[in-house]
Design a protein around this ligand. Structure first.
Ligand code: KG4
Ligand code: ZN
Length: 336
């Protein structure tokens, strides 16, 4: 039995097939995954154009779904469930994935399972080998979110801290734009930073000593534009100063979260988790012996269908373990 995952929350169409672990104790495996990025289509506009994104998801979903079945050598009738990103994201783009997933699930008589996009990111490091054991602290750093969570099991998450304004990826993208690096600028900014000299320009480390696990990144882009206005700077030095500031803050807050929870495993997920400088700095801190750090496979850091298929498989297992239904002893009316 296999699970299909559909991700259409923003500007990537992700489709994947995941085979959950069987009763024989073997581990689950990712059978196939494909991602179509729309970046080239949105580049000219300097950001994602929602209507263009939705229309492209419509075009891509059927061929990509055929492709994962071909790659995996499996059949539609082997599907046990379909996971799709229910939110958060662009409404039109989400609707494309949701209606595709529900239509196909209805035709096959199987469940369609709506997945929270961040839960997908959060659990994606479990697709790595070795996978982290629970519980762990997760740093979720994407274009829309920067959060530290305590994760005790799939579905059991506690927010420890989050950004008060821009997300880390958003700060990367806005700073890259200031430096004329195009959209989305995270990877390009990171590459440019490699050429910069460390310490030539120093930017503030926002909220590093705030005494809590929250973040703030919106001041950094202002600091970058002020530095550029004051005196001409090498773009590579500015990029280096920016990356060093963000990485310092992220590493300090992760370390503080591990201390506060007494946990010794850190998991990093989301697009910025692909960042080389962040990975190097966290690996170095971890190698000092106090904790271990886990990342998703590099191509599963940014949006993809594999994380959605995996999260849906976990939900399915939990539902089965409960006998197929659940109750909510504590249920916030606002969430109903
Ligand atoms: O998780 P993701 O694909 O989408 C969201 O859910 O937001 O993350 C995209 C974000 C973008 O802001 C992008 O610039 C950033 O992740 N990003 C990076 C790198 N790769 C992607 N930022 C820094 N360094 C990278 N190597
Ligand atoms: Zn994402």
């Amino acid at each position: 039995m296999i699970v299909l995952g559909i991700e259409t929350s923003c500007d990537e169409t992700g489709v994947a097939l995941y085979e959950p672990a069987g009763s024989g104790g073997e581990s689950g495996q990712l059978l196939a995954h494909v991602v179509h990025s729309q970046v080239a289509m949105h580049e000219a506009y300097g950001g994602v154009v929602p209507e263009i994104a939705s229309r492209d998801h419509v075009r891509r979903l059927v061929p990509l779904t055929r492709k994962v079945f071909d790659q995996a050598g499996r059949q539609l009738r082997e599907l046990e469930a379909i996971g799709y990103t229910e939110g958060p994201g662009l409404a039109g783009a989400l609707l494309v994935g949701a209606s595709f997933a529900h239509g196909l699930a209805f035709s096959l008589g199987i469940p369609a399972i709506g997945i929270h996009h961040l839960e997908g990111h959060l659990l994606s490091p479990l697709l790595s080998d070795p996978a982290p054991e629970f519980p762990f602290v997760a740093l979720l750093v994407s274009g829309g979110h920067t959060q530290l969570m305590r994760v005790d099991a799939p579905g059991t998450y506690r927010l420890l801290g989050e950004t008060q304004d821009d997300a880390a990826g958003e700060a990367f993208d806005k700073t890259a734009k200031l430096l004329g690096l195009g959209y989305p600028g995270g990877p390009a900014l990171s590459r440019l930073a490699e050429e910069g000299s460390p310490g030539r320009l120093r930017l503030p480390r926002p909220m590093i000593d705030s005494g809590n696990l929250d973040f703030s990144f919106s001041g950094l882009k202002t600091a970058v534009s002020t530095a550029m206005r004051k005196s001409p700077q090498e773009a590579s030095d500015v990029a280096r100063a920016f990356v060093d500031a963000v990485v310092d803050v992220l590493v300090a807050k992760c370390t503080a979260a591990l201390q506060a929870t007494g946990l010794r495993r850190l998991v990093v997920a989301g697009g910025v988790g692909a960042n080389r400088q962040l990975r190097d700095a966290l690996d170095e801190r971890a190698s000092q012996g106090r904790f271990s750090v886990f990342y998703p496979p590099l191509e599963l850091c940014t949006d993809n269908g594999a994380m959605i298929a995996f999260a849906a498989a976990q939900r399915l297992r939990a539902t089965k373990a409960r006998g197929g239904f659940s109750v909510k002893p504590r249920w916030d009316l606002a969430e109903a």
